[in-house]
Write a protein that binds this ligand. Structure first.
Ligand code: UDX
Length: 451
């Protein structure tokens, strides 16, 4: 008999995990305190964009293998394994993680746990949280010490969440007993059968793996963005530098794209929370390193605004600027801590008239992004622009014909904040081009006089 599963928290991670486990043949119940969200999910509707997830949720809500509830007692009665996948945002008053949702989930579930079961944390938490939650669980659960806690971090990427859940590159579990390990091996049996690495460790190491992984990725991006600063000063080219570095298999090409920096719901807040926790633990080296990674990333946004000024030969005030991209990366409609929106807002604050176009983000709320107008097409956004600023490297922008765009704008000036476009092709179409870590490229007058 397969164990029954509950998943607490139906955000990005929770819904994907719940649907992924239903796909692997488990009976799953998703639990959330948000009744409206639960009602939508129960109808098979996913409240955010993630390729393939709609189909998976619809298939399994219809098959009855996946259901949703607001009732923790129902989940406690049903499930043998409870996954905890609530959010751990940055605190309002500092860098540390805000653990109120994790604590609340335990407090709501534990009083209903009156038989042996396993609670498995998936949320990204500061190291030491699992040990604290173990005490809380055993104190609150009627079944006491027969309720165990394990930690099983999640490494899914937005835009690839379904594939990352069904075919992850590794599974890490922090467990306190053989029983917990055995149960988790059952849950992931299909994945393990394919030879996926399964790393069994203690709670603290499992918690750390996640924040260390995200911090390493962030460090790689900030490293190349720091190189971009040096390249600009030295007249060198950061994209060629990165390509040359990446051929060294020990370094690799991925996460070495210089640009406006990292954003999203994970990397920025995880770097900050890890820094805060490292400092608490006396890990001064890690704290200093992560502090620098964060500052370089924040600076990458400010430096993009400087490129806009350089390109215009003065302040943006009074200019019409087309911003291409709002999502924190292509393939998603997520704008959490989006570098694109941050830079677009800064440009608007500097007095420019800013029109944003993103293939998937059609508005971002006037309160969050004052001064931005969203447009429904690339053509409408760039028409009569004094400068085009690329901030999210969607395929539509990579594929755009620079000659066509040159005919739409008032002045063919491009700031490629992601180093995503072919600058020679754009220059040949008449565009002057600026980009982080690269020398300016002057537009070549078109032979047919179009630009
Ligand atoms: C990340 C981790 O990759 C994933 O393992 C973890 O579970 C959650 O956090 P995600 O937030 O989906 O996933 O985004 P990711 O693809 O890692 O990109 C993060 C940010 O870095 C984006 O803003 C992206 O544009 C930026 N980035 C990425 C760069 O600026 N340069 C690069 O070379 C790579």
């Amino acid at each position: 008999m397969k164990p029954n599963i509950s998943v607490l928290g139906t955000g990005y991670l929770g819904v994907t995990h719940a649907a992924g486990l239903a796909e692997m043949g488990f009976d799953v119940i998703g639990v959330d305190v948000d009744a409206a969200k639960v009602a939508r999910l129960a109808r098979g509707e996913v409240p955010f964009h993630e390729p393939g997830l709609d189909d998976l949720v619809r298939t399994h809500t219809e098959s009855g293998r996946l259901r949703f509830t607001t009732d923790h007692s129902e989940a406690a009665a049903f499930a043998d394994v409870h996954f905890l996948s609530v959010g751990t945002p940055q605190s309002a008053d500092g860098e540390a993680a805000d653990l109120r949702y994790v604590d609340a989930a335990i407090d709501m579930l534990a009083p209903h746990l009156n038989r042996p079961c396993l609670v498995v944390g998936k949320s990204t938490v500061p190291v030491g949280t699992a040990a604290r939650l173990t005490d809380r669980l055993t104190a609150l659960a009627p079944a006491g010490h027969t309720v165990e806690l394990a930690w099983n971090p999640e490494f899914l990427r937005e835009g690839h969440a379904v594939a990352d859940t069904i075919a992850p590159d590794r599974i890490v579990v922090g467990v306190g007993s053989d029983v917990a390990e055995k149960l988790l091996r059952e849950v992931y049996a299909d994945i393990l059968e394919r030879g996926t690495p399964f790393l069994v460790t203690d709670l603290a190491t499992a918690e750390l793996v996640k924040v260390a992984a995200n911090s390493f990725l962030a460090t790689k991006i900030s490293f190349i963005n720091a190189m971009a600063e040096v390249c600009e000063a030295a007249g060198a080219d950061v994209t060629t530098l990165a390509r040359a570095l990446g051929h060294d298999a020990r370094i690799g090409h991925r996460f070495l794209h210089a640009g406006v920096g990292f954003g999203g719901g994970c990397l920025p807040k995880d770097v900050r929370a890890f820094r805060a926790r490292a400092r608490e633990l006396g890990g001064e080296g890690a704290a200093a390193l992560l502090g620098e990674v964060d500052s370089i990333n924040v600076r990458a946004r400010a430096r993009t605004l400087d490129l806009v000024r350089d390109s215009l030969g003065g302040e943006p005030a009074g200019h019409r600027i087309a911003v291409l991209g709002a999502a924190f990366k292509p393939g998603t409609d997520d704008v959490r801590d989006s570098p694109a929106l941050a830079v677009a807002t800064a440009v608007a604050r500097a007095g420019a008239e800013v029109t944003v176009y993103d293939p998937m983000v059609r508005s971002a709320g006037a309160a969050a992004c004052p001064g931005l107008t969203f447009s429904g097409s690339l053509e409408a956004a760039v028409t009569d622009a004094d400068l085009v600023l690329l901030l999210t490297e969607w395929e539509e922008f990579r594929m755009a014909d620079p000659r066509l765009l040159a005919a739409w704008v008032r002045t063919p000036r491009l700031v490629d904040g992601r180093n995503a476009l072919d600058h020679q092709a754009w220059a040949a179409a008449g565009w002057s081009v600026r980009a982080p870590g690269r020398a300016p490229v002057a537009g070549q007058p078109s032979r047919d006089g179009a630009a």
